[in-house]
Write a protein that binds this ligand. Structure first.
Ligand code: UDP
Length: 245
């Protein structure tokens, strides 16, 4: 990274740098993977680049459908330029199919198709282990207004409709995903962070015998192996669909 740009923040999977324009940032995607609140860590060469390229394509699809996002453009294969936002400390998870923590915390069986999307909201706070949070607690903590919370929930439902049908085109089932939002300098709410196999569960619909084949971070979480192969496959399917030869 160009050293005239200062590191503003380093997260588990990304580094944020200043940009010449004060209302923009550079986001560099790292090769590190973490799970279980960073108790489990590993480096996967090429993951940063794949997530950056996949996220960029997905943001472009969402922008075309009028979803406000922070994405501006790619700078190189593992860095994107984005609008500077103040991140709202909430993780908005949308589930189409039951899996992961939903099945650990309830009696719902893994793989159950949900009759309508379920939104689970978590407080973004590593020290507290990102707890599941209620609307009333969000209000109590003055994190954002009820109107803005409704806006974020409705945007998330819209993103789901767009991405569910996009991924279906490339034989992927969008099981669940996590979004983060923020306020830009004019106080507009924008979709931020990344949208990649690190924060979406994607199952291969090409499997004929009904077995679940995860092409996402569950390959790392559950020690399945083949993470880079899975992310590369997603990248390849997206590119083939958007730019057929
Ligand atoms: N997720 C995420 N970051 C988190 C927690 C979850 O991106 O800190 C994503 C995860 O990849 C999945 C969805 O949110 O697509 C739902 O995850 P879940 O609550 O089932 O938690 P997990 O099983 O990953 O612990």
């Amino acid at each position: 990274m160009n050293n005239k740009h200062e590191l503003i923040y380093e997260g588990k999977a990304k580094k944020i740098f200043t940009h010449d324009d004060a209302d923009k940032v550079k986001i560099e995607f790292k090769d590190d993977a973490t799970a279980f609140n960073a108790l489990k860590k590993e480096k996967f060469e090429g993951k940063g680049k794949l997530n950056c390229l996949i996220s960029a394509r997905i943001f472009e699809i969402l922008i075309e459908k009028n979803i406000p996002t922070h994405f501006i453009q790619l700078e190189n294969e593992n860095t994107m330029i984005a609008k500077k936002i103040k991140v709202i400390p909430l993780e908005i998870v949308l589930r189409n199919t039951a899996y992961g923590s939903l099945c650990k915390q309830t009696t719902i069986k893994p793989g159950t198709s949900l009759s309508k999307p379920l939104i689970d909201i978590y407080l973004k706070n590593d020290e507290l282990n990102d707890p599941l949070i209620t609307k009333d607690r969000i209000k109590l903590m003055n994190i954002l207004s009820s109107d803005d919370l409704e806006l974020i929930i409705n945007l998330t439902l819209k993103v789901n409709e767009i991405l569910k049908s996009f991924f279906k085109n490339i034989q992927l089932q969008l099981v669940d995903f996590k979004l983060e939002y923020g306020y830009d300098l004019k106080n507009n709410i924008l979709l931020g962070d990344e949208i990649s196999p690190d924060n979406c569960r994607l199952w291969d619909l090409n499997q004929k015998n009904g077995t679940i084949v995860s092409l996402d971070k569950d390959r790392f979480r559950n020690d399945l192996g083949g993470l880079i192969e899975a992310y590369s496959e997603i990248h390849r399917r997206i590119n083939n669909f958007l730019m057929p030869k």
